[in-house]
Ligand binder design. Structure first.
Ligand SMILES: O=C[C@H](O)[C@H](O)[C@H](O)COP(=O)(O)O
Length: 284
């Protein structure tokens, strides 16, 4: 496939996602990071007739994208406590059959997770290369944002969890040193064996607790998040949107936010120009 076919797939997925989930009467919309989100902003711009919508970006690149499109950005930390985003759109590096995602290929996972968790619905847009049944099928590593001071300690702890060669991400020009996130933190990319889904564990395909070298998505996310020095893990799993809200309403908040945020819908642009929609009900 040519680069232009991949770009066409991203654009087609973005157009469909925005058509289905962007309401021009929204008040607050989250905008993620990466190369696919560019097409989401393009599609919103085409449809939006409302200059009062506030867009919450997930980092520097995302904020520039919003500004360049002539849309109005608002910083996450200025949102009043009672305001939920009507919708948040973002890209993904890989998505499994249960809609768990790996994100952070562009080092933006922390703010992306804040925004995803604040949205009534979180929608992901990706090209066909990201559409898998299990995480770490093609995408090789879990991106992890760590405090610089703790980097060596976290790398050692990741090895104990079974990661073969966790690596500090450097800038493209390696001699310039470690890449810094928007929080001035580092990214460690940790390879693990392909992750089990919750259904895999229920079906007895493994314990998923790492004891045999294989982890289930939520279990590895929780284990990494528990390491001192880790700000956030690039696994977006756990309940999302109204499901999460229902649990919060029942005062089971720890369950509602466990592991981060899973999208309610993922749009994959396919190589043949079509778009596949994956939800918890399945794929169409
Ligand atoms: O850190 C970057 C973000 O998580 C991106 O959303 C993710 O890497 C997907 O990016 P792209 O749309 O460029 O594939």
């Amino acid at each position: 496939m040519t680069d232009s076919a991949v770009e066409a797939a991203k654009r087609a997925a973005a157009q469909q996602a925005v058509k289905d989930h962007f309401d021009p009467n929204s008040t607050h919309v989250g905008i993620g990071s990466g190369t696919t989100i560019v097409y989401v902003v393009e599609a919103i711009k085409e449809r939006s007739t409302n200059p009062n919508i506030l867009f919450v970006p997930t980092g520097y690149q995302s904020r520039q994208l919003v500004i360049n499109a002539g849309l109005q950005p608002i910083s996450f930390d200025t949102l009043p406590d009672n305001v939920m985003l009507d919708v948040a759109f973002d890209g993904a590096d890989e998505v499994d059959a249960e809609l768990n995602c790996i994100k952070g290929g562009g080092a933006c996972l922390f703010q992306e997770k804040l925004v995803a968790e604040r949205a009534k619905k979180f929608v992901c847009v990706a090209d066909y290369r990201k559409r898998q049944d299990r995480l770490l099928t093609v995408w090789p590593t879990i991106p992890i944002e760590v405090a610089p001071l703790s980097q060596r300690k976290v790398v050692a702890a990741l090895k104990l969890l079974g990661s073969t060669n966790p690596t500090l991400r450097t800038t493209l020009l390696e001699k310039s040193g470690p890449l810094k996130t928007d929080q001035d933190f580092f990214i460690v990319d940790a390879p693990f064996k392909t992750l089990l889904t919750t259904a895999d564990v229920k079906a007895g395909k493994g314990n998923g607790d790492g004891s045999d070298g294989t982890w289930e998505v939520n279990a590895i996310s929780k284990a990494i998040k528990g390491l001192t020095g880790v700000l956030e893990v690039g696994i977006f799993s756990g309940l999302s949107g109204p499901e999460a809200q229902a649990l919060r309403d029942e005062n089971k908040s720890s369950k509602a936010t466990a592991g981060g945020q899973r999208p309610v819908a993922v749009y994959f642009g396919m190589a043949d120009g079509s778009v596949k929609l994956r939800t918890v009900e399945g794929e169409q």
